[in-house]
Design a binder for this molecule. Structure first.
Ligand SMILES: NC(=O)c1ccc[n+]([C@@H]2O[C@H](COP(=O)([O-])OP(=O)(O)OC[C@H]3O[C@@H](n4cnc5c(N)ncnc54)[C@H](O)[C@@H]3O)[C@@H](O)[C@H]2O)c1
Ligand SMILES: *[C@@H]1O[C@H](CO)[C@@H](O)[C@H](O)[C@H]1NC(C)=O
Ligand SMILES: *[C@@H]1O[C@H](CO)[C@@H](O)[C@H](O)[C@H]1NC(C)=O
Ligand SMILES: *[C@@H]1O[C@H](CO)[C@@H](O)[C@H](O)[C@H]1NC(C)=O
Length: 262
C-alpha cells in the first residue's frame, strides 16, 4: 500500500484526449479527490468523463467545456471549477494543437497569430487565473514546505530546439514561450508557495499523431530515428511525470522544464 501523492483538487486542460486524459487518470490513481477536466470537444469530454467515473467511482470528475483561445471562456471555466471545489491545489495547462506545419515562408501571419492565441496567450491567461485563486487559499504543510499550489504547463521538445521535419516555427515559438512564462512566474511566486514547472514531451503516441495530414509518415519515421529508445512515448509516461512534479515528492523543484522524450 502506497500513500496517495495528490491530496488536493486539480484542474487539467485539454483533458478529453491524449496526454490530458492520461493525466486525469494518473491524478485519480494517485489520490486527487476532485478533478476538473477542461476541453473544447464536448462529445469527447463526455465519453472521457464517463469512462473515468467507471474506473474511479469515488473520485469526483467535473467536465467543463471551454475554448483555450478565448480569455472570457478560460476565466469562466477556471472559476466554475474552483467554485465547485472550493479550492484549487494542482493545475495542468495542456490544451494545445500543433498548428500550421510548414516552413515560415509558407505560413501566414494569421495562422501564426492564431496559434499563439491558443497555445501561448491561452496558457498565460489560464495560469494567471489559477495563480489568483491559489494566492487566496490557505497553505498546505509538507515535510519541507508550505504550499499554496502547483502548476504544470505542457510545452514540447520543440520548445527547446528547432526542427526541420516537420517545420513548426509557430508551434516552437508558442512552446518556447510557455517555458519562459513558466520560469518568470515560478520566480515571482516561489516565496508565496506556488511551484510552476513545464514538461517537454517528445514523440508521444496520441491522437495528434494519428491526425494524418501531409507528411505524417515521414514525421513518424523521423521521430523514431531521433529517439534513442526507438519507440514512441505513452501518454501515461508524460502523465506520471506531471504527477511527480505536482506532488510533495518535488517540493524543491520549481521553474524548471523536464524532458519526457525517450
Ligand atoms: N503528442 C505529442 O507527441 C506531443 C509532443 C509534445 C507536446 N505535446 C503537447 O501536449 C499537449 C497535448 O497533446 P496531445 O498529443 O495529448 O493532443 P490531443 O489532441 O490528444 O489532445 C489535445 C486536447 O486538447 C483539446 N484542445 C485543443 N485545442 C483546444 C482549445 N482551443 N480549447 C480547449 N481545448 C482544446 C482537444 O480537444 C483535445 O482533447 C499539447 O499541448 C501538445 O502540443 C504533444
Ligand atoms: C472530438 O473528438 C472526436 C474524437 O477524437 C473527433 O472525431 C471529433 O472530430 C472532435 N470534435 C471536434 C469538434 O473537435
Ligand atoms: C496551440 O494552438 C493551436 C492552434 O491555435 C490550438 O488549437 C491548440 O489548442 C494550442 N495548444 C495549446 C496547448 O494551447
Ligand atoms: C505556465 O505556468 C505559469 C505559472 O503557473 C503560468 O503563469 C502560465 O500561464 C503557464 N503557461 C501556460 C501556457 O499555461
Amino acid at each position: 500500500m502506497t500513500a496517495a501523492l495528490l491530496l488536493g483538487s486539480s484542474l487539467i486542460s485539454g483533458a478529453a484526449s491524449g496526454i490530458g486524459r492520461a493525466t486525469a487518470r494518473a491524478f485519480a490513481r494517485h489520490g486527487s479527490p476532485m478533478i476538473a477536466l477542461l476541453d473544447k470537444n464536448e462529445t469527447l469530454l463526455k465519453t472521457t468523463v464517463s469512462n473515468l467515473r467507471q474506473e474511479f467511482p469515488t473520485t469526483e470528475f467535473l467536465p467543463v467545456s471551454y475554448d483555450a483561445g478565448s480569455e472570457s471562456s478560460t476565466v469562466k471555466a477556471i472559476e466554475k471549477a474552483t467554485s465547485a471545489f472550493g479550492q484549487l491545489r494542482h493545475a495542468v495547462n495542456n490544451a494545445g494543437y500543433p498548428g500550421p506545419l510548414g516552413p515560415s515562408t509558407e505560413i501566414s501571419t494569421g495562422e501564426f497569430q492564431q496559434l499563439l492565441d491558443v497555445n501561448l496567450t491561452g496558457i498565460w491567461t489560464a495560469q494567471r487565473e489559477q495563480i489568483r485563486h491559489m494566492l487566496q487559499q490557505k497553505p498546505v504543510s509538507h515535510e519541507f514546505s508550505q504550499d499554496l499550489g502547483t502548476i504544470v504547463n505542457v510545452s514540447s521538445m520543440w520548445g527547446l530546439a528547432g526542427t526541420r521535419s516537420p517545420p513548426m516555427a509557430a508551434y516552437g515559438a508558442s512552446k518556447y514561450g510557455i517555458i519562459s512564462i513558466t520560469k518568470s512566474d515560478a520566480n515571482e511566486y516561489a516565496k508565496r508557495g506556488i511551484r510552476i514547472n513545464a514538461v517537454c514531451p517528445g514523440f508521444i503516441e496520441t491522437p495528434i499523431m494519428k491526425l494524418g495530414g501531409p507528411g505524417i509518415d515521414s514525421i513518424k519515421e523521423y521521430g523514431l530515428n531521433r529517439t534513442p529508445m526507438q519507440r514512441f512515448g505513452d501518454p501515461m509516461e508524460v502523465a506520471n511525470t506531471i504527477v511527480f512534479l505536482s506532488s510533495p515528492m518535488a517540493t524543491y523543484i520549481s521553474g524548471t522544464e523536464v524532458r519526457v522524450d525517450g
